[in-house]
Design a protein around this ligand. Sequence first.
Ligand code: FES
Length: 170
Amino acid sequence: MLKILEHIPENDPLAKEDQKALIDQIISEYREIPGATMVILNELQSRVGFVSESMQAYVAQQLRVPASTVHGVVSFYSFFTTQPRGKHTIKFCLGTACYVGGVDQLIEKAKQTLGIEPGQTTKDGLVTFEICRCVGACSQAPVIVVDEETMGRVKPSRIPQVLKRLNEIE
Ligand code: FES
């Protein structure tokens, strides 16, 4: 994985001077504290917006921990993303009640409308399409979460309208 550092993509935060400085600052600020790996990854996610493969390798190298440890943390916790998020996020609850309530049809409709798969972001960077676990609104299944707003009893026909609204509030 550390080989990745020999070929950092041009658009990676590590290839940009200001972002690299921020990454270095975060690492040096927290490297001595207990649980440094998790804390640093968390800070990178919230201040840079995501933790790319190169950033993971860089953290591993700087902290002298195995690359697999860093990668394991990033893949275990769903709040880490390895690519920049879109301006808006639409999440589809795949908890039991929502599954039984037909969320798969909503997901299918979103795939068709957005032209991307769950876990991806539209090319214009506007919408990130995600699957999530129960958000605690099971009585309103099937549930989607658009940015911070939870919407219940959503029908497939409503999906294009919801996505169109995101375009408008760009
Ligand atoms: S299962 Fe979807 S909100 Fe609980």
